[in-house]
Ligand binder design. Sequence first.
Ligand code: BGC
Length: 421
Amino acid sequence: MPGRVPLPSSHPAAMAGRRRRRSWPLVAALSTGLLVGSAAAPAAATDDRPDRGGGHHRGQASTTVEPFGTAPDGTPVERWTLRNGDMTVRVLTYGGVIQTLEVPDAHGQVENVVLGFPDVAGYASDADPYFGSLIGRYGNRIAGGEFELDGERYQLPLNDGPNTLHGGPEGFDDRVWTATPVGDRRTAALQLQLVSPDGDQGFPGTLTTTVTYSVDRQERLTVHYEASTDAPTVVNLTQHTYWNLGGEGSGTIYDHELEIDADAYTPVDETLIPTGEIAPVEGTPFDFRDPTAIGARIRVADQQLLYGQGYDHNWVLNRDDDGAREGSDGEDELEEAAELHDPESGRTLTVSTTEPGLQFYSGNFLDGTLVGTGGSVYRQSDGLALETQHFPDSPNQPGFPSTELRPGEVYESTTVFELDN
Ligand code: BGC
């Protein structure tokens, strides 16, 4: 919108359109006991009582577990069910995958709104497009799979043409995480932990990562990440859920309306590596400052859309803070980044994050060769990902916010996915 001026941080309505932008101290969004490292509430909430009426789960929050087959190396995989209020989320210890996420639509119809596979084999296959997975150590691409840190050069294995994508061929999405329930009566929550040894996928330092998923009664799924290292390294963790608010397997997301609170994005080259430019979205198909149907401009003859075969870019979020990592001093702020609305079902997803960037990927490489949880074939744009992150290829881009992590520092990041109907 011409002449639009970013609202001052004190202004309550920085997101144009239907909803107010919210920003609140991180600690307020997390229930007591969910912060990793706090002494509170380590006990499991194992209440799995039957639903109380209408398919809605108005009872206590519950966090329950069942066996779910094995990883290719024979390691047993668990499936955890986090249930609270009207939301049910199924999480696999394989890849920390969010396999299903069920919420009602505007008419009370409960459906799964994320793409996924019915079994571990799907997620372990090379054809898995990271459905629902935790991504590490480095979300998105590192050019040539190489970077320099403190004068040392590191070469990572390549798995995306000339580049390294999503942490390399054996990223965190292909590991079995250790799960500990950490919920209480009010919150269903699961803590996942993974220790990645020094040199894993070429990255320096032993990286200990903890991710906590929590589901509250307001239909919010909070993803909280923490990591620490014993040697200087780079880290960029994210979550790769593919959303379809009309229901998994219901067709494309072209009619979904998307709003991204970003005045700029990072254009890419033909291998989807950022050029380093921070470009204004004004006057381009990348301007989502007002809610716009995804299909409205996806076929515009734009070089960037051609490179991505659709949207596959990092938006530079408008933030009240500078987006730099504050570590464990508690000053990171959750700020509303994007809103996705499906007019047909009436469902709305609001994404808030402490991260400076958002990768909006319109499912361009889904090609009709995968069968999902509901038994239907996924075709191009049958789901979309909204990946909160630091910018792609930051280790090679001095102008981007740093992704370095050093011994003694704590990497912290939080993203909240809120569903409304
Ligand atoms: C990337 C895409 C990639 C997809 C994996 C996204 O995060 O930006 O380029 O194809 O993940 O399926």
